[in-house]
Design a protein around this ligand. Structure first.
Ligand code: BGC
Length: 456
């Protein structure tokens, strides 16, 4: 049993009545049932079976068994009182080979899930791709191939045909930046490629996939469309010209490479020439207007010129010496169990900087992920994190940024990619140790429940 923390601070400021409050998850991190009902394998099934890739040696083959226990999880959503639930659809559960025959049992699962989310009075917000590339496509080159974007569009059509009558909001992709950088440039995530800058086509093909998905969904009249891009302020490690240059470069990689094509219809200087295919034509598709722009925010990054003395490790990731930057710790701030810096003001800064950079081209923003890893049921530190970030978000709104929603990552503890089960991001605790996978709301769950009640 968790107890409510003492009310040590003033209530959160008031958010607009139609503000969408939600929580996020993703298929591979929660579903399990990896070999059930005809699901095809994904790039992550293969990657996590390779020795040494996952820090605790685990795989997500069971994860938190959401595939079977989703009614409990939907009941938790209802109890929490959120208005929206962001989850992702596993492409290889729906199309085991990535293309071709449809796995009816796989689609049926999402059908049941959407029904049950709607019955709970919560809006389903599916993400169509959250990193789990069908293995059959991965083996043909995956996101290095343009063809994968076209296969994605066909898959989107299949999912929209089945769920579109109940889904009013879609997210095309989750964090194409991470799949590019961690998956293809540095090899820390599936598919484990270490292509460094030769990974750039992966960014372009995902953005093309986004554009094609928007086209498919628009032609079906499928509601309100967005993407979940990961963004964060990049701060120079010092005032030196070298450090400022390195920080600008990192800003291009993390922020502008993925936001400029969508919001401005162009790549940052020098990038388009490095990309394959009819890039100018693709940019027209990529920059089709969105109804809202999703941002995942966790922490700012302090970046300096290459320096062998720093940044051997950053948030569990090794920055190779060939990179034209180094990543420095943000000092003097609290840190999460994942050793990520807790800097709520950076969220205000990020939102204001996007508004200033993109002006009218930036549609209303939704924070599609924000959260932190901490252990324990009495997770006061998570309460502090969420409270601080919600106040920071409100300050950005006061400064005129149009923000329409906020989703906590994550509803429950789950399989945190290369970390395995070691990092707990949930508002709900999962019993891994006892092996029961029982769900227990943490103090942060009760806090958010209370905060949402107060907003109503
Ligand atoms: C991803 C999630 C992940 C979270 C915490 C985001 O990069 O979209 O899948 O669990 O951050 O690392």
């Amino acid at each position: 049993m968790t107890t409510l923390p003492p009310r040590s601070r003033s209530p959160l400021p008031r958010f607009p009545a139609n503000f969408l409050w939600g929580v996020s998850t993703s298929a591979h991190q929660i579903e399990g049932a990896a070999a059930e009902d005809g699901r095809g394998k994904s790039s992550w099934d293969l990657f996590s079976a390779l020795p040494g890739k996952i820090k605790d040696g685990s795989s997500a083959s069971v994860a938190v068994d959401h595939y079977h226990r989703y009614p409990e999880d939907v009941a938790l959503l209802k109890e929490l009182g959120v208005g929206g639930y962001r989850f992702s659809v596993s492409w290889s559960r729906v199309l085991p080979e990535g293309a071709g025959p449809i796995n009816k049992a796989g689609l049926d699962f999402y059908d049941r899930l959407v029904d049950s989310v709607c019955e709970a009075g919560v809006r389903p917000v599916p993400t169509l791709f959250h990193w789990d590339t069908p293995l059959a496509l991965e083996e043909k080159g995956g996101w290095l191939e343009r063809d994968t974007a076209h296969r994605f569009a066909e898959y989107v059509e299949v999912v929209a045909e089945r769920l579109g009558d109940r889904v009013g909001r879609w997210i095309t992709l989750n964090e194409p930046a991470e799949l590019t950088m961690l998956g293809h440039a540095l090899g820390e995530h599936a598919p484990g490629k270490q292509l460094l800058f030769d990974a750039l086509p992966v960014a372009h093909h995902q953005l093309l996939a986004h554009g094609l998905a928007v086209q498919v969904l628009r032609s079906r009249g499928s509601g309100s469309l967005g993407i979940a891009n990961s963004h964060g302020p990049t701060w120079p490690a010092s005032d030196s010209e070298e450090d400022r240059g390195a920080a600008d470069f990192y800003d291009v990689l993390l922020n502008r490479l993925f936001a400029d094509p969508i919001l401005l219809g162009e790549y940052p200087e020098g990038i388009a020439e490095m990309l394959p295919g009819p890039v100018a034509e693709d940019l027209e598709l990529i920059s089709q207007p969105l109804d809202w722009y999703g941002m995942n925010f966790y922490q700012p990054t302090r970046v300096g010129a290459p320096n062998p003395a720093v940044s051997a490790e950053f948030a569990g990731i090794t920055v190779p010496p060939e990179m034209p930057f180094s990543v420095h710790p943000v000092e003097g701030v609290p840190r999460t169990a994942f050793d990520w810096a807790v800097v709520p003001e950076a969220l205000t800064e990020l939102l204001v900087s996007f508004r200033d950079r993109y002006g009218d081209r930036l549609p209303p923003v939704v924070i599609t992920e924000n959260g932190c890893s901490y252990d324990g049921l009495d997770d006061q530190a998570r309460i502090d994190y969420l409270d601080g970030h919600l106040r920071a978000l409100h300050r950005a709104m006061d400064a005129g940024v149009d923000v329409r929603g906020y989703f906590v990552w994550s509803l429950m503890d789950n399989w945190e990619w290369a970390e395995g089960y070691r990092q707990r991001f949930g508002l709900v605790h999962i019993d891994y140790e006892g092996g029961t996978l029982d769900r227990t709301p943490k103090a942060s769950f009760r806090w958010l429940q209370e905060a949402l009640r107060a907003q109503r």
